[in-house]
Design a protein around this ligand. Structure first.
Ligand code: IMP
Length: 199
């Protein structure tokens, strides 16, 4: 069986591939489909966006398609940037711009009020109209400065208390064991295994 990852984000591809290695499925990416479209994230929720992406890439490739949509929900910002996490610092912004904006917004917020959660929704479109989703959440605290160079996105400002370090200070394996995406993928793996049994 083949599953295509509905993303152009090489950081996500690295994490997802790392977690799906032990399944009897062949993982395809945009490198196998160079003209694969970038799907606009026009949904109002992470779930809507994940499904938009998995449906579009299933339709484009004819293969089962797996998409992830992730948001960082910051308590002191009433759950923002949430579904807008990618464009938080404006159109075309970099990971660093987003981290800097978040640190600036929270500069007067005490450590007790810096709680945040990463939330990932994974959607798998097996075929038109046949979609399943899985969710994963990781709770943490927004730091007051960037720490660590691994990972991507908001990882340098996301302190994960059980590990005593930020996601950007963890190895890929360490992060994947506890992260929002790792947890969502564990559930997605069960969906894939069940699907394989039923075909
Ligand atoms: P999207 O799922 O591609 O829409 O991601 C939304 C935003 O969250 C982007 O700015 C990503 O860089 C960021 N993001 C997604 N996953 C992670 C992660 O695992 N760690 C840190 N930032 C992430």
């Amino acid at each position: 069986m083949q599953i295509v990852l509905a993303t152009h984000n090489k950081d996500k591809i690295r994490e997802i591939k790392n977690l799906l290695t032990d399944l009897p499925v062949e993982i395809k990416t945009f490198e196998d489909f160079p003209e694969m479209p970038d799907v606009d994230e026009t949904g109002a929720t992470l779930e809507e966006n994940a499904i938009l992406k998995s449906n579009a890439i299933n339709e484009y490739t004819g293969l089962a398609a797996l998409a992830d949509d992730t948001g960082l929900e910051v308590d002191a910002l009433g759950g923002q940037p949430g579904v807008y996490s990618a464009r938080y610092a404006g159109p075309g912004c970099s990971y660093e711009d987003n981290c800097n904006k978040l640190l600036e917004e929270l500069k007067n917020v005490s450590v007790e009020r810096r709680g945040a959660a990463f939330r990932t929704v994974i959607a798998i479109t097996w075929s038109e109209g046949d979609v399943e989703t899985a969710e994963g959440i990781a709770d943490g605290i927004i730091t007051s400065s960037k720490q660590g160079v691994s990972g991507f996105g908001y990882d340098p400002v996301f302190y994960y208390p059980p590990a005593g370090k930020t996601f950007a200070e963890m190895t890929l394996d360490e992060k994947n064991k506890v992260s929002h995406r790792g947890l969502a993928l564990l559930k997605a793996k069960e969906l894939i295994k069940t699907h394989l049994k039923n075909i």
